[in-house]
Write a protein that binds this ligand. Structure first.
Ligand SMILES: NC(=O)c1ccc[n+]([C@@H]2O[C@H](COP(=O)([O-])OP(=O)(O)OC[C@H]3O[C@@H](n4cnc5c(N)ncnc54)[C@H](OP(=O)(O)O)[C@@H]3O)[C@@H](O)[C@H]2O)c1
Length: 341
């Protein structure tokens, strides 16, 4: 395989995918980055934003050129012009917000994690199925071009059978600015906030785990602050997913196969380059430099829009999201995280 013959990421076109009219529930930090990415790189348009406070919603709408704003999520749910809502509330409110919107017949793109537990994620999936609407988790790493190209390179046999996937997402969060991550509540902790990325990446490449062992450390308030989750998958492939709330690490990923290796050279969870090391050579794939960092959030929104236009359900993606939350439930149980015991 030469650099000229890299497989395409096979993602829907960012500009050609017809626009849906989006709503946003929760005018917080990630919602700002998300709408900026959406409007900068795609034809999708945000029609309305809702916050619990109408002035806050109006300020957000003004900052992003959004025509309508509401002071409650219920008012957004009642807006017949909205096709799909991006749920950007804090994690413990994903379930309630998503169910409210699904009941109003809206498709939903829910920030990661889909729920605080696998049981919550199953509730969202069941409600979507029952209402005949689309639901997807915004685990955007899985829809980034480098991830899709890596999947296809592996599928083409370039590194042989996958033996080990190792990935890390560890950040030293500011305990004041990022209080929600440390709060002793059900939606907090390293595993749900950032550990979900290496776990989702590994499970996309080697499937669900057959067994899992977790070691780590808790905060004084019983929240998981460090964890290493080691799993065995089909064909004895192993995955090692590392996460922390209080250590900055390079957040790389490596996939070792029976006859080669892929090294993701920069933060693997956002648009990244990777090296393919096989057949005595190293070849490097690079992403489009115009879509860097959190601008990569736009791909999952467009993937959702393309699915909805094509009449596809998100059943496979939701099953994977629920599976990763089952692993997190088990890892939290093994660590004795008090918020979920
Ligand atoms: N994909 C990514 O890269 C990424 C990055 C960061 C975070 N996230 C995820 O996005 C979600 C939001 O994170 P964030 O950093 O944006 O959080 P944030 O700014 O602290 O809060 C987001 C919004 O949650 C809403 N909310 C609703 N009920 C609430 C309550 N009772 N208490 C507090 N907030 C409430 C607030 O909406 P109102 O505006 O209505 O008040 C707030 O604006 C989390 O689930 C997180 O895991 C994803």
């Amino acid at each position: 395989m030469s650099t000229a013959t890299w497989p395409s990421p096979a993602l829907p076109d960012l500009r050609d995918t017809p626009p849906l009219r989006w709503g946003i529930a929760g005018a917080g930090a990630i919602a700002h980055d998300w709408v900026r990415a959406l409007h900068a790189h795609t034809s999708q348009r945000v029609h309305a934003v809702a916050a619990r406070d109408s002035a806050r919603a109006a300020a957000f709408a003004g900052a992003h050129g959004i025509p309508r704003s509401y002071g409650s999520y219920a008012a957004l749910a009642d807006d017949a012009a909205v096709d799909i809502v991006y749920v950007a509330t804090t994690t413990e409110h994903h379930l309630g917000t998503a169910l409210q919107l699904i009941a109003a017949g809206k498709h939903v793109l829910v920030e990661k994690p889909l729920g605080c537990t696998a049981a919550e994620a199953r509730q969202i999936a069941a409600a979507a199925r029952q209402s005949g609407v689309y639901a997807r988790e915004n685990i955007w790493t899985l829809d980034l071009p480098h991830t899709r190209v890596i999947e296809r390179v592996i599928g083409d046999g370039a590194i042989g059978e996958v033996q080990v996937v190792e990935a890390d997402f560890s950040v030293a969060f500011d305990p004041i600015e990022s209080a929600r991550v440390f709060a002793p509540s059900i939606g907090a902790g390293a595993l749900l906030d950032v550990g979900i990325y290496p776990l989702s990446f590994a499970q996309r490449l080697v499937g669900p785990p057959l067994e899992t062992r977790t070691v780590g450390a808790l905060t004084d308030q019983g929240v998981d602050r460090r964890a290493v989750v080691v799993s065995r998958h089909a064909d004895d492939a192993l995955s090692i997913s590392t996460t922390a709330l209080d250590i900055d690490r390079p957040n790389l990923a490596t996939i070792v196969g029976s006859r080669g290796r892929i090294d993701v050279r920069t933060d693997f969870y956002c648009p990244a380059s990777f090296d393919l090391v096989a057949d005595g050579r190293t070849r490097t794939w690079h992403p489009d430099p115009a879509i860097a960092g959190r601008d990569g959030l736009c791909h999952t929104a467009v993937a959702a829009a393309a699915d909805i236009h094509a009449g596809r359900t998100a059943e496979i993606a939701l099953t994977a999201s629920i599976g990763v939350l089952e692993t997190i439930d088990e890892a939290r149980r093994q660590l004795q995280v008090t918020a979920v015991l």
